[in-house]
Design a protein around this ligand. Structure first.
Ligand code: NDP
Length: 445
């Protein structure tokens, strides 16, 4: 496989789409040997076909503010690959959303979904709409207008969107309501639904819980456990909340959380009532990081800084892409961190990943570590198809097993001769093989 030629051609076709190009390069670098050992992948044009989305829908979303102002946002759905199942992937509402970010996320989703052991293809979508500071009515009008376009191209057996940054239970409710009205059917077309109308128990916690289950498996390969370990987390959204809860359940201590403006260091640990307090702040749409340090004087707020400078055993970045750079990685390693598990999608820059791999610390890439979210979405789809709801214990048990299986797949394909497990390679190869073989079976499409 001529990686540089493939990347050169892709860069020519998609100039400046740095996140997308970065994600493709990272995957190709780790599967190059497998592709070279299996010439039929190359002769079937698998690489050229797998790195481009099947199709992209772009549409405008006009909506009215409460004061009657007309607003227009741009929205997208990137249907990347459906070789192993219907397109599946979240919707992100955030001002930073653009095609490069959604293509990177859609591409990653293909391999992540393949790893989950469930039949799901990869997709991603969203809008540059900023839900922050908007009233519920404004959010509703935006979601309804968004769905007026999107509903034509999605369906329970075609493309099943879910939440992501800026899209939680409230937004899924408004989106689903509009879909239901337009399509005149009550079906599992979205995941992350409310528990009384088709949602799955454990879905809100799943990504964070799954990240911790995965970190636990990684630590076990070194004879270590979560109990008594210190954790640095970033963000305090859906993923960080689930992770913080499960770390506490397993006897670990959460030292940090963060927001775009800085981080909180709480040497006594963020647990119990403190987590409840953070949830209340989040639910009321308030800034959460600074108020925490006023409420709990033992905690300190570090303005404009990132949590990767603190001494911790395990780091779980849970905020956003490229939030942990080379210098941060060097700080973590120097301070004795033994494990980094990516709760967010691509939070570490390529240079940071290199630092982790060079220093042979345990490093779990997002597509494996945070796959618990989409796995539980897959379980939600199964429950919808069967028209029944599993109890929380059943869903959690299945989630736990899926995370163990994903870990095992990474070990199988990522263990090097010296015994070091390269999880990046393991996850990419395991995810790639399933999709590539399905594409071969189905012919050139
Ligand atoms: P949320 O929107 O719920 O939370 C994101 C959190 O990160 C918020 O606390 C936000 O703070 C904070 N944040 C945003 N930008 C920065 C920054 N530059 N520095 C520090 N903190 C920041 O999102 P999720 O928790 O759902 O998702 C987080 C990540 O996990 C994303 O990469 C997402 O793609 C990925 N992911 C999520 C899944 C899910 O099930 N939710 C599944 C798989 C992956 P503030 O609110 O103040 O802006």
């Amino acid at each position: 496989m001529d990686l540089e030629r493939i990347m050169h051609n892709l860069e020519k076709k998609h100039p400046g789409e740095s996140e997308y190009l970065q994600a493709v390069r990272e995957v190709l670098e780790s599967i190059v040997e497998v592709v070279n050992e299996n010439p039929h992948f190359e002769s079937a044009g698998i690489i050229e076909r797998i790195i481009e989305p099947d199709r992209i829908f772009v549409f405008k979303v006009p909506w009215l503010s409460d004061d009657g102002t007309v607003n227009v946002n741009l929205a997208y759905r990137v249907q990347f690959n459906n070789a192993i199942g219907p397109y599946k992937g979240g919707l992100r509402f955030h001002p930073s959303v653009n095609l490069s970010i959604l293509k990177f996320l859609g591409f990653e989703q293909v391999f992540k979904n393949s790893l989950t052991t469930l039949p799901m293809g990869g997709a991603k979508g969203g809008s540059d709409f900023d839900p922050k500071g908007k009233s519920d009515d404004e959010i509703m009008r935006f979601c309804q207008s968004f769905m007026l376009e999107l509903w034509r191209v999605i369906g329970a057996e075609t493309d099943v969107p879910a939440g992501d940054i800026g899209v939680g239970g409230r937004e899924i409710g408004f989106l689903y309501g509009m879909y239901k009205k337009l399509a005149r059917e009550h079906t599992g077309v979205l995941t992350g639904k409310g528990i009384n109308w088709g949602g799955s128990l454990i879905r809100p916690e799943a990504t964070g819980f799954g990240s911790v289950y995965f970190a636990r498996e990684m630590l076990a390969t070194k004879g270590e456990d979560i109990k008594g370990k210190t954790f640095a987390l970033s963000g305090f959204g859906n993923v960080a909340w689930g992770a913080a809860t499960k770390i506490n359940d397993f006897g670990g201590k959460v030292l940090t959380i963060s927001g775009p403006d800085g981080y909180i260091y709480d040497p006594e640990g963020i647990s119990g009532d403190k987590i409840e307090y953070l949830l209340e702040l989040r639910a009321s749409n308030q800034d959460i990081v600074k108020p925490y340090s006023y409420e709990y004087p033992e905690a300190k707020f570090y303005q404009g800084k990132r949590p990767w400078e603190v001494k911790c055993d395990v780091a779980i970045p849970c905020a956003t892409q490229n939030e942990l750079n080379k210098e941060d990685a060097e700080n973590l390693v120097e301070n004795g961190c033994i494990c980094v598990a990516e709760g967010a999608n691509m939070p570490s820059t390529p240079a940071a990943v290199e630092v982790f791999l060079e220093n042979k610390i345990l490093f779990g890439p997002g597509k494996a570590v945070n796959a618990g979210g989409v796995s539980t979405s897959g379980l939600e789809m199964s429950q919808n198809s069967m028209k029944l709801n599993w109890p929380a214990e059943e869903v959690d048990k299945r989630l736990h097993q899926i995370m163990k299986d994903i870990h095992q797949a990474c070990v199988e394909y990522g263990t090097r001769e010296d015994g070091y497990i390269n999880y990046v390679k393991g996850a990419n190869i395991a995810g790639f093989l399933k999709v590539a073989n399905a594409m071969i079976d189905q012919g050139v499409l």
